[in-house]
Design a protein around this ligand. Structure first.
Ligand code: 13P
Ligand code: SF4
Length: 369
């Protein structure tokens, strides 16, 4: 039995049967009621990938960057019930005062990409990189990473990035050091570095499990070291999907998230964060045709919001992000009813010694966004 199984059991045990028996209307009314009673003392941020049944209660919707920015300024909220995944709740904790409490309605809402880099692997890999390249590397981490990784990056002068500011942050990073270590999403790192004119031959991949590099060239030519991690949702889009759609309809516009693999991003017309995808389609002409390569809850919402445009998923058999989907109406209501009764459940707290450095990496990003 692994950790996820244990969390499964723990969460089912902690969610009383009642929450499976209430009607949707009853649950929705209760959430509204609790929100109204708490007023400004309770704030609910919601990531774009959340289910409709949850996002309808969000006081702010956004991509990772916007939600981090909003939480950093939410001074009046005593409680932040984060409808998103674990690394986002950790980020919110680090950007708020110690007396503000962050709640993740279901602790199983992790991120498989963030789990692909742990601190021991990172320190071990870094040591090897220092032996090869010396003090020429600046680490950058996608916010989809644990607080410990953000702390490591902060300690070594680096910063966090999101899909909304990654280009700007990579440009900044190259003003600091000759080389960049990009954690943990190889695809976002590769797509962005290529966009900035770095050749594929100048990018090495570091595989943490084998503690080795996937690289054929000479060490001195490496400009970007990509951590071998990925998003299991966005990796489901492939070049065949793009080619099939283009064949069916040469006029279709293809827009994808930069967590998609290099070939898919290259073959698409546009790539950017969830906010970028939403805004691009909102501003597109009536009657235009689109295929979107990102998480299904968001794609379905965009389709519903734009009946005047023809929109499909780039992969017709796409699944939603399972961990984002862990946050559902029963768990949201359960955590809020506990709060109402004076009990804070599923609080996310990052230890002081980690926050100290991790916050540096977040602040370096926020200053430049
Ligand atoms: P953004 O909303 O920041 O584009 O991030 C997408 C994502 O995968 C979050 O986990
Ligand atoms: Fe993590 Fe991918 Fe889900 Fe985003 S979509 S939370 S990166 S697994």
């Amino acid at each position: 039995m692994d950790v996820l199984d244990l969390l499964d059991i723990e969460s089912e045990v902690s969610l009383p049967k009642r929450y499976r028996e209430l009607s949707i209307e009853e649950m929705e009314n209760r959430v509204q009621e609790i929100k109204a009673n708490f007023g400004d003392r309770l704030f609910i941020p919601g990531h774009h990938y959340q289910k409709d049944e949850v996002i309808q209660f969000a006081d702010a919707r956004g991509d990772s960057l916007k939600l981090a920015q909003v939480c950093a300024t939410m001074n009046q909220a005593e409680y932040i019930a984060f409808c998103g995944v674990h690394f986002m709740a950790e980020t919110a904790d680090m950007l708020t005062r110690p007396d503000q409490k962050i709640i993740l309605p279901d602790l199983r809402a992790g991120c498989s990409m963030a789990d692909m880099a742990n601190i021991d692997q990172t320190e071990r890999g870094w040591e090897k990189m220092q032996k090869i390249w010396g003090d020429t590397i600046l680490p950058l981490t996608y916010v989809n990473s644990t607080a410990a990784i953000k702390g490591f990056v902060g300690k070594h002068g680096g910063a966090c990035v999101t899909s909304g500011n990654v280009k700007k942050m990579l440009e900044w990073a190259f003003t600091q050091k000759e080389r960049i270590l990009f954690l943990p999403d190889q695809h976002l790192g590769r797509n962005t570095a290529y966009d900035l004119g770095i050749k594929l031959e100048e990018m090495a991949v570091y595989a943490p499990h084998t503690h080795s590099f996937e690289y054929d060239g000479e060490w001195k030519d490496v400009k970007v070291i990509l951590w071998k991690g990925h998003c299991s949702v966005h990796e489901k889009f492939n070049i065949q999907h793009v080619e099939n759609l283009r064949k069916q309809d040469p006029e279709i516009n293809i827009i994808v998230h930069p967590e998609c693999i290099f070939d898919v991003v290259q073959a698409s017309d546009y790539a950017g964060s969830t906010n970028y995808i939403i805004e691009t389609i909102k501003n597109a002409p009536e009657g235009s045709k689109w295929a979107i390569g990102t998480e299904m809850n968001l794609v379905n919402r965009i389709i519903d919001d734009h009946p005047d445009k023809k929109i499909v998923s780039l992969n017709p058999f796409m699944c939603p992000c399972l961990t984002m989907n862990r946050i559902d109406l029963p768990h949201l209501l359960w955590s809020l009813e506990k709060l109402e009764s004076g009990e804070v459940v599923n609080q996310i707290t990052v230890p002081e010694e980690v926050t100290k450095y991790a916050v540096l990496s977040l602040e370096r990003m926020l200053e430049r966004s």
